[in-house]
Design a protein around this ligand. Structure first.
Ligand code: ADP
Length: 417
């Protein structure tokens, strides 16, 4: 009877131990914040081994050192020890790490490897110590120690429990470190992005002011002067206008990150947007001797769109059509009604686009021509801005071309309500 009772008691103890370990595993998965995680690990280590205190030492691969990273908070000196290096050679923690096995001592004072400096710094007297390696995959990333067992001596159960805790802690610590690294990288990227945006905003603003003076005087000179000087003034004016377009492209970079929230939507006839976009480019088309044909839909076709931005997307495509079509070509702006959407098409008779570039050209700064030998101006942003605008409207944009010198067609598909 007593034997059966003892077995029952052992079973109960084992069930309690296992359920505590399950709870621990859940607790360790509950946070990815390194500091919180370490303090949780120490509390658990002290609790499951019935000890006064616990500590975590992590291995710094670059320095070849172990470092205290955390101690049970109410231990004397717990605020001073974190950061203190522990040599690998001649210390108990070092031996645990190098030999990759647990060490349990009921009286550390008999072991010369006991690192007394930690006790001296913290004013804490270590009597008994059990330390286990923290393994992650095939590496030992640190050491978990329980210090001063409250009652009796270390048991095999203490060692088993601490080993399980150390294994789970190692995974949790590595995850938390990865999240920290990722967070740091994100923050750096964010800062760089902000720096870039600030730079662009300031530079384009600063360039615009002197440019408007140049534009004003060049226009004035062109109108008031004849002969060679008038021609020179016209050339200055043309270049200044090109420069203004470049600066506008730069300012419009912010549209690349645009989400739906930034759209100022209204219900408008698509025909109105067609007319406005055509007006924007008619002078440029005429200057190159192109025929610009515009076939707007009837006024009953209403889109729920941001008027200015959609017009900008269509204008960008028209500008490209004009730019990449040799003089005397034909540019067509038309549309086609589909069951649930409307397709807006910009067709040209220009230089065409190689098959393998048809999707790439929508990436930022991507241009088919090599930038060193380019004949056409531009920064490679027009299409990426158009795509960002169209996608914010839940639409799609794509390019088609039968091949070099056989023209291109750009299509915007917008959902209809
Ligand atoms: P940019 O016009 O400033 O170079 P875009 O983003 O508007 O930048 O266009 C990217 C590239 O796509 C252009 O440099 C050009 O190589 C190609 N492309 C765009 N539209 C056309 C077109 N209608 N015909 C031929 N190539 C085009």
């Amino acid at each position: 009877m007593t034997e059966a009772y003892a077995t029952l008691e052992a079973c109960q103890r084992e069930i309690h131990r296992l359920s505590r370990l399950v709870e621990i595993s859940l607790a360790l998965n509950s946070t990815l914040e390194l500091r919180k995680l370490l303090s949780l690990i120490m509390d658990l280590a002290a609790e499951i081994t019935d000890s006064e205190s616990a500590s975590v030492l992590l291995y710094d691969r670059k320095l070849g050192q172990l470092r205290f990273v955390a101690l049970t908070p109410d231990t004397p000196g717990s605020a001073d020890l974190p950061g203190i290096p522990v040599p690998l050679d001649g210390s108990l923690a070092g031996a645990i790490l190098l030999e990759n096995r647990p060490i349990a001592l009921d009286d550390v004072t008999t072991d010369p490897r006991h690192f007394q400096m930690a006790d001296r710094q913290s004013g804490f007297a270590t009597r008994a110590l059990m330390g286990v390696p923290m393994r992650y995959q095939d590496q030992v990333i640190g050491v978990l120690e329980s210090v001063n067992k409250r009652h009796g001596t270390w048991t095999p159960d203490d060692e088993r429990n601490l080993m399980v805790l150390a294994a789970q802690s190692a995974v949790a610590i590595q995850n938390a470190r990865l999240v920290q690294q990722l967070q740091r990288a994100y923050n750096e990227l964010d800062q760089l992005d902000k720096l870039k945006n600030d730079f662009i905003a300031i530079a384009s603003h600063e360039l615009r002011t002197p440019l408007s003076v140049i534009l004003g005087y060049a226009t004035f000179l062109k109108e008031d002067t004849e002969g060679a000087v008038g021609e020179h003034a016209a050339a200055v004016l043309n270049s200044a206008l090109r420069m203004r377009n470049l600066i506008e492209d730069l300012t419009n970079l912010r549209y690349l990150k645009m989400g739906q929230a930034e759209l100022l939507r209204e219900h408008i006839p698509l025909a109105a947007i067609f007319q406005a976009a055509a007006r924007d480019v008619e002078n440029m088309a005429a200057a190159k001797g192109h025929i610009l044909r515009v076939y707007p839909p009837d006024m009953s076709v209403i889109v729920n769109a941001d008027r200015i931005k959609l017009e900008m997307a269509i204008t960008n495509l028209l500008n490209n059509a004009i730019k990449f079509t040799p003089g005397g070509g034909e540019i067509v702006l038309t549309c086609e009604r589909k069951p649930k959407s409307i397709w807006i098409m910009i067709k040209d008779t220009g230089i065409g686009i190689p098959q393998e570039q048809l999707t790439r050209i929508f990436e930022e700064f991507r241009q088919v021509e090599d930038h060193m030998t380019r004949r056409h101006g531009g920064m490679g942003l027009g299409l990426s801005i158009a795509r960002a605008i169209v996608e914010a409207h839940n639409g799609r944009i794509w390019a088609e071309s039968p091949g070099p010198q056989r023209g291109s067609t750009f299509t915007i598909s917008l959902p209809l309500e």
